[in-house]
Design a protein around this ligand. Structure first.
Ligand code: ATP
Length: 237
């Protein structure tokens, strides 16, 4: 298992707000790694920086040995990283199919795109049943599935997931997490941001705990799940 993503001492600002204060982390090929931490700790900011929506002021980001810090988001998608944003951000007035097509916009290999569409429909049968429906009419869980399907349409080697459990009922959360494990098992490396630390730690290999822009703990997910400090702060005692 080689290092796939290497983030080194990044500092990210929103204007004068210093949101990420020197964070380093690694994701190895084949892993599920999770970032947990309270609201506002900086989890989404890290994902947005990796996917090129934000630029680190200082620091390096290497993906498969190439520097990607500060390059255009579209090129980062092309290089093999795809993000499922917080709140899904699907296009509500477009159909399910149109949303999925957009996920493949950086590709031109028609046969490969068709293959991946089949794979997405096999994984999410409800999306196939509803492919001509406007995306805004889908339930919350279906919208999360659409956002994940759209991200998979770029055939990423690294999938960034921002709070996939947000706003979903417990049963659906279980379903989504089992799908994430499945996606991982079929060869996609996953970096998962979650407020639902229990669920995230239960499927991850490793985890980082974030507090106000800094990493305060890191280790094997099962060790963090057992740690007193993590249990008290993030797992409800
Ligand atoms: P959440 O679960 O609420 O998304 P988070 O851990 O993902 O929390 P971020 O959204 O990354 O946290 O926010 C980190 C810090 O940056 C917070 O202090 C937040 O207020 C600030 N921040 C986030 N987005 C912006 C923005 N667009 N403009 C200014 N400040 C921002």
């Amino acid at each position: 298992m080689g290092t796939m993503l290497k983030v080194e001492d990044i500092n990210v600002y929103y204007g004068a707000i210093h949101a990420i204060k020197g964070i380093s982390l690694e994701v190895n090929e084949g892993e599920i790694v999770t970032l947990i931490g309270a609201n506002g700790a900086g989890k989404s900011t890290i994902l947005r920086t990796i996917s090129g929506l934000l630029k680190p002021k200082i620091g390096k980001i290497e993906f498969e040995g190439q520097n990607i810090a500060g390059i255009a988001a579209q090129r980062i998608v092309k290089s093999g990283i795809s993000q499922v944003p917080e709140g899904r951000r699907i296009f509500a007035n477009m159909t399910v199919m149109e949303n999925l097509d957009l996920g493949a916009y950086v590709r031109s290999d028609k046969a490969g795109i068709q293959e991946d569409l089949k794979m997405v429909f096999a994984r999410f049968p409800r999306l196939e049943e509803r492919k001509t429906q406007e995306a805004g009419t889908l339930s919350g869980g279906e919208q999360q599935m659409l956002a994940m399907g759209r991200a998979l349409m770029s055939r990423p080697r690294l999938l960034l997931l921002d709070e996939p459990s947000m706003g979903l009922a417990p049963l659906l959360i279980k379903e989504i997490f089992s799908i994430i494990q499945d996606i991982n098992k079929t060869g996609t490396t996953v970096l998962l941001v979650e407020q639902n630390a229990n669920m995230a730690l239960s499927i991850a290999n490793r985890a980082y705990v974030l507090e106000t822009g800094r990493i305060t703990l890191a280790g094997a997910a099962k060790d963090l799940a057992a740690s007193e400090a993590v249990r008290k702060a993030y797992l409800g005692g």
